[in-house]
Design a protein. Structure first.
Lengths: 114, 114
């Protein structure tokens, strides 16, 4: 059974500092890994999707790496801003499954202080 | 235009009642999902429909019954509500189920059972 863990559970940094969020998964047989952002009282927004054959994806200040063999992904957010404050969730999709059956981690709650 | 919309946003009800949550997507996606986010913020899949056909049915009490009148709608009906049903329920959609792509989430329905 796939388990996804995110460490730390919460993170507080001053504005301008780089953020490093970690995600680990127990079963390396994944199809892809996604990073989501969740704001309080709102739904999830997909930030980056990394296919299992890829090592990283970049979008603006965000960069996500994937090491499938070791079951790890890291989300880097450069030069953090107060608007980056949110909960960040990672989720993996299995190779053999009917449907988009994601397994989510518990999230990292990020606070960027001005 | 909201891509995935669900109503109501908040639902407060008594134990034993029956309630429904509605979801609609205007993205032209074939696949829709219901996820449950518990108090510890873990998101878990409940159901998935592809073109009105059920393709994922996790271990969910049969008090929960999804209904998909067409591929743009997936409603969730809950009978005999219990305290443990209190959670945030998210609807989501994706283009296809067999090749997992990005998920698009609704903003959630916060259900409180008193």
């Amino acid at each position: 059974k796939q388990e996804v863990t995110q460490i730390p559970a919460a993170l507080s940094v001053p504005e301008g500092e780089n953020l490093v969020l970690n995600c680990s998964f127990t079963d390396s047989a994944i199809y892809n890994l996604q990073w989501f952002r969740q704001d309080p009282g709102k739904g999830l927004t997909s930030l980056l999707l990394i296919q299992s054959s890829q090592r990283e994806q970049t979008s603006g200040r965000l960069n996500a790496s994937l090491d499938k063999s070791s079951g790890r992904s890291t989300l880097y957010i450069a030069a953090s801003q107060p608007g980056d404050s949110a909960t960040y969730l990672c989720a993996v999709s299995p190779i053999k499954a009917a449907g988009n059956k994601l397994t989510f981690g518990g999230g990292t709650r990020v606070l960027v202080k001005p | 235009d909201t891509a995935v919309s669900q109503t109501p946003k908040y639902l407060v009800t008594q134990m034993g009642n029956d309630k429904s949550i509605k979801c609609e997507q205007n993205l032209g996606h074939d696949t829709m999902y219901w996820y449950k986010q518990d108090s510890k913020k873990f998101l878990k899949i409940m159901f998935s429909y592809n073109n009105k056909e059920l393709i994922i049915n996790e271990t969910v009490p049969n008090r929960f019954s999804p209904k998909s009148p067409d591929k743009a709608h997936l409603n969730l009906h809950i009978n005999s509500l219990e305290l443990g049903d209190s959670a945030v329920y998210f609807c989501a959609s994706s283009p296809r189920p067999d090749r997992p792509r990005e998920l698009f989430f609704g903003s959630g329905t916060q259900l409180s059972v008193l």
